[in-house]
Design a protein around this ligand. Structure first.
Ligand SMILES: Nc1nc2c(ncn2[C@@H]2O[C@H](COP(=O)(O)OP(=O)(O)O)[C@@H](O)[C@H]2O)c(=O)[nH]1
Ligand SMILES: [Mg+2]
Ligand SMILES: [Zn+2]
Length: 340
């Protein structure tokens, strides 16, 4: 920049534009003091874009709102108090205590909020792409940790011959045995969709699972009015097409809400404590702490209660392996926390 000088005319131009900007700021500040807020109302956070939220009011109308700074970050599904404002956007002034909160690690390791007040999550998987039990175990453990119910949905059953279907059901038997409902579905033939609707009815839920298992297809089938809703959100944001990359809450036709959250479709174990891990494997509970050695690694040690439970058929080998793998991963993440 050295040696570069502004001509007088350039300087004059900059000066006038600065004056104009200052004028606008002054006007806005004068205006701000005239802003009136109407009375407090409850609302539901439908989605967010940038710093603003779309809140659904009690009449079902979508309202664009900003958030009082002291409230911290809000999530899709949050119950809020907001006030309409004469200045345009409403203002969210309070948030109700959450009954659950699903987060995921962001790119810089920070925790990002995905959805609040979830009751249930359907873990979707399919014959293609090939699924793996350790992934299912990770989902289930993470879901238990935040206190939501889980349902296993084996989608694309239309691809399965009878014998293949029987074999897969056998693989899923350990989950049924520890109390997880397993639902067979096909978004192509609509098989199982009524059962899925019934399970989702009356609560707030979310679908998770690997890419390609058919989540979008299921969501389309479950939410016939999704496109209309997206248009309404676009209109409320005033920003043209609503990008579906932000978590968005939709009402299910039979009651209940479904949150479509592309960001969480395949999540890793977040902040899970050893106790959560144990709760994720309830069939191990009666055997934990009963090994001969208190520091048993449940591998080749003599009189390992877990290995013996496997031999007796009370615990499946695969689930024990999965537990040990997750425990090792947690231990690596936070040394000393994995526990015995
Ligand atoms: N055969 C079969 N294919 C399906 C089914 N559901 C989805 N697909 C296909 O699987 C692929 C991935 O589906 P999509 O809904 O985009 O999966 P997502 O990545 O989980 O959202 C697409 O080619 C779908 O047509 C199903 O029930 N049966
Ligand atoms: Mg998809
Ligand atoms: Zn042991």
């Amino acid at each position: 920049m050295a040696g570069r000088r502004l001509t007088q005319r350039q300087q004059a131009r900059i000066q006038t534009s600065q004056d104009r900007r200052r004028q606008r700021v002054d006007q806005a500040e004068a205006g701000a003091s005239d802003v009136t807020l109407s009375s407090e109302q409850t609302g539901l956070v439908i989605t967010h874009y940038g710093a603003a939220l779309i809140v659904e009011d009690q009449q079902g109308v979508l309202q664009r709102c900003t958030v009082r700074q002291n409230l911290g970050k809000l999530a899709c599904g949050d119950q809020v108090i907001w006030q309409a404002s004469s200045a345009g956007d409403g203002v969210v002034t309070a948030v109700a205590e959450r009954r659950s909160l699903l987060t995921r690690p962001g790119y810089r390791g920070e925790l990002r909020m995905v959805a609040a007040n979830l009751d249930a999550v359907a873990v979707v998987f399919a014959p293609v792409p090939e699924f793996s039990e350790p992934l299912i175990d990770r989902y289930l453990t993470a879901l238990i940790a935040i206190g939501v119910q889980a349902l296993l949905v084996l989608n694309k059953v239309d691809l399965l011959e009878l014998s293949a279907r029987t074999a897969l059901l056998e693989r899923l038997e350990p989950y049924r045995r520890i109390g997880y409902p397993v639902l067979l579905a096909s978004s192509h033939t609509a098989h199982g969709l009524d059962e899925l609707r019934h399970w989702l009815c009356g609560r707030t839920s979310l679908l998770v699972g690997q890419s390609g298992v058919g989540k979008s297809s299921l969501i389309k089938a479950l939410l016939p009015d999704r496109d209309i809703r997206i248009q309404a959100v676009s209109a409320a944001t005033g920003l043209g097409a609503h990008t579906t990359s932000a978590s968005t809450l939709y009402h299910l036709p039979d009651g209940g809400d479904l949150i479509d959250s592309p960001g969480v479709r395949s999540f890793e174990l977040g902040d899970i404590r050893p106790g959560d891990l144990e709760r994720g494997f309830p069939e191990l509970a009666p055997h934990l702490g009963r090994c001969r050695f208190s520091d048993c690694r449940h591998a080749a040690e003599p009189e390992c209660a877990l290995q013996e439970a496997v031999k007796r058929g009370e615990v499946t080998r695969r689930r024990l392996d999965s537990y040990l793998e997750l425990r090792a991963a947690l231990g690596a993440m936070s040394p000393g926390r994995a526990g015995p």
